[in-house]
Every structure is written in structure tokens, then in C-alpha cells.
Design a protein around this ligand. Structure first.
Ligand SMILES: Nc1ncnc2c1ncn2[C@@H]1O[C@H](COP(=O)(O)OP(=O)(O)OP(=O)(O)O)[C@@H](O)[C@H]1O
Length: 337
């Protein structure tokens, strides 16, 4: 039996149905991400698991027991939010110790557990600082320590890194993953950032309008989107109607609605390619050049449609706006939806 099971979960706010028959099961020790655009219901689902919201219908099981209507404090679930929500009048040590003090844990044990948690989140030396004396990343690490010190069975993280700058965010992503492994916790992480979901998850649940659109490991989701939404949300696929694609390649297309192609699987050249049956070929005018760190995104206008092409940024400007370029893509890289 899976460790966490959500069975036909529905949630209404008045007339507005925010969660629609959500079913999912999570294994013990798994790191799961709920990914999706703003308003799709990720946080609501997380809050239902935490018990901070009541479900309208459906059941929630944790470790073999039904917890649908169990008080949040009895669920043994820890939650971290985007806002650090630390006690401003308590220093780092006291913030972390707070939950254990409430549970009347023995003083020596509190000290040992708080020290351990402080070491885990690399905050040694900051014990006497107050929240206002800490950076956003440090405050979020205090929130993480305050949560893990109570040894919850399940760690729920609601966009915990979205207010933190890109570089620090990467290092905190790895730290959270390491702590998850070290403590053998089961974690559910909410984000709207597909890169973050890819980096962190064993399994991603992609949500849209209160339903789970697709789930799978990051590789499956990236390479085999099952819908236009999944293709556009993960991997920034080019989406072409079957009619336009047929016109471009000069062949009849299978009876499908769309063809999707990943930008990094299209090759670009300033000289025409030699024909090879394995590929489709296009040519058009270069109308966009967008450096994005380690890749450059080129946009090529093929008249019927524009295609995005990603290539590794090796530091040199290879193509000029307005120039004619030639593209090719392997036939088996074009996915029919
Ligand atoms: N307490 C509430 N009362 C009424 N409607 C709510 C409440 N909380 C959330 N909603 C609505 O439920 C829907 C889902 O909200 P939710 O916060 O779960 O989405 P989300 O996917 O987490 O979005 P975001 O990434 O922006 O936080 C939204 O339309 C929101 O307006």
C-alpha cells in the first residue's frame, strides 16, 4: 500500500470547484512535486493534505490510516511556506526550539535536536541572530530547521524558494533534497517552475484547472508530453497544427491534431543540409535571437509558423537577424498528439 493516498479529492470554495476528483498515491521516501500554473489548485491540495483546509469530498490516507478529518497537529506533517513566517521576537535557536518546547520535550533533547537541525541547514554561528538580521535564504533555512526538528513523517513545501534569488535557490534546492534523503522523509513540493520540478522530483504531478493532467518521472514528462498543455508547460515545445506541419513537409500527416517538437532537437545552419531520409527540412528567416544563459534561443519564421530553436551558447554570434537559415529535425523527434 502506498504511504500517502488521495482518493477522489474534491474541493469547492462556494460555487468554485478548485480540485476535481484528484487521485494519487505517493510511496514512502518519495520526493513528489505538484507543478502547474498559478491558480491550478496546487497549494489548495497541499493544504488539504496538511489539514489546513477541509476537503469537500474524498479521502486522504497516511501510512495506512485515514486522516481526512484528523486535526492538523495530529497528522505528523510539517509544512514550509513561501513566506518564512518566523517569530520575529525569537532568535534563530528559539525559533527552531519552539515546536519542541510546545511538545514539552526534555531540555537536553531539545538542545541536541536543535543543534543537529542547525548543522543540517548550515546555520552554525547564527543561533543568536533575530529574523530581521538574516537574509531571505537564511530565514528560509530557519523555517526548514524549525520544521525538520519535530521529525514529521511528511514534509510539505509550498513554493519555499520563490522569493529567493536564482543562485541561492539552486543551492537550497540541493540542500532540501539532501535533507529529504538524510531523514528519509516523504516530501511534497509545490512549484510553478518547471526547471525546479525537474531538478528535485522523483515524480511530477502536472496540474491544470484542478485536475492532474499528467504524472511521471521528470524524464517521462519532458520527453513524452500527452497534451498540448504538458508540451507547452514542460520543455517549451513548438506546437504545430497537423495541417501546417503537412504543408511544411509536403507530406500527408497522420490523423492527429498537433505535432510538437522540442526546440533543442532542431538543428540550424546557414548553409542548406544534404538530404537524408531520417530528417525533415525547413528554411526561413531568422527573426529572434534570445540568449538564455547556457543556451541561445533562435526564432525562425517559416511563413506558416515560427519555430524556436535552442542551441548551446558557445559565446559567439553565429547568425544575424534577417538572414536565411536552414533547419532540420529527425522525423522521430516530432511527437504526434
Ligand atoms: N480561501 C480561499 N477562498 C476562496 N477561493 C480560494 C481560496 N484559496 C484559494 N482559492 C482559489 O482556488 C484556486 C486555486 O488556488 P491555489 O492557491 O490552490 O492555486 P495555486 O495553483 O497554488 O496557485 P499559485 O501558484 O498562484 O499559488 C484559485 O482560483 C484561488 O483563487
Amino acid at each position: 500500500m502506498a504511504y500517502i493516498i488521495l482518493q477522489d479529492i474534491e474541493k469547492y470554495y462556494g460555487e468554485n470547484q478548485v480540485l476535481k476528483k484528484i487521485n494519487l498515491s505517493i510511496e514512502e521516501g518519495e520526493f513528489v512535486t505538484l507543478l502547474g500554473p498559478s491558480g491550478c489548485g496546487k497549494s489548495t491540495l497541499l493544504r488539504c493534505i496538511a489539514g489546513l483546509e477541509q476537503v469537500s469530498s474524498g479521502k486522504i490516507f497516511l501510512d495506512g490510516k485515514e486522516i481526512t478529518h484528523v486535526d492538523p497537529r495530529e497528522r505528523n506533517v510539517g509544512m514550509i511556506f513561501q513566506q518564512y513566517s518566523l517569530f520575529p521576537n525569537l532568535n534563530v535557536y528559539k525559533n527552531i526550539a519552539f515546536g519542541l518546547k510546545m511538545k514539552k520535550v526534555d531540555r537536553d533533547e531539545i538542545h541536541e535536536r536543535v543543534q543537529n537541525a542547525i548543522n543540517m541547514v548550515d546555520l552554525k554561528g547564527k543561533e543568536r541572530k533575530y529574523p530581521y538580521q538574516l537574509s531571505g535564504g537564511e530565514q528560509q533555512r530557519v523555517a526548514l530547521a524549525r520544521c525538520i526538528v519535530t521529525r514529521p513523517k511528511v514534509l510539505l513545501l509550498d513554493e519555499p524558494l520563490s522569493a529567493i534569488d536564482a543562485k541561492l535557490r539552486k543551492s537550497l534546492q540541493s540542500r532540501i533534497k539532501e535533507i529529504h534523503k538524510e531523514l528519509g522523509m516523504t516530501s511534497i513540493f509545490v512549484t510553478h517552475d518547471q526547471d525546479e520540478a525537474m531538478t528535485m522530483s522523483d515524480t511530477i504531478y502536472l496540474m491544470k484547472d484542478g485536475v492532474i493532467e499528467q504524472s511521471g518521472n521528470p524524464f517521462e514528462l519532458y520527453s513524452s508530453p500527452k497534451s498540448n498543455f504538458a508540451a507547452s508547460f514542460i520543455g517549451n515545445y513548438n506546437i504545430l497544427s497537423a495541417k501546417i506541419f503537412s504543408d511544411l513537409i509536403g507530406e500527408e500527416c497522420p490523423q492527429v491534431s498537433n505535432i510538437v517538437i522540442r526546440p533543442e532537437l532542431i538543428e540550424i545552419s546557414s548553409v542548406d543540409y544534404e538530404m537524408d531520409h531520417e530528417y525533415y527540412y525547413f528554411s526561413g528567416e531568422l527573426v529572434g535571437i534570445l540568449p538564455q544563459g547556457n543556451i541561445i534561443r533562435y526564432t525562425v519564421d517559416l511563413k506558416e509558423v515560427k519555430l524556436d530553436v535552442d542551441i548551446l551558447n558557445n559565446g559567439s554570434d553565429l547568425y544575424q537577424l534577417g538572414q536565411q537559415v536552414f533547419l532540420r529535425v529527425k522525423r522521430n523527434s516530432c511527437i504526434s498528439l
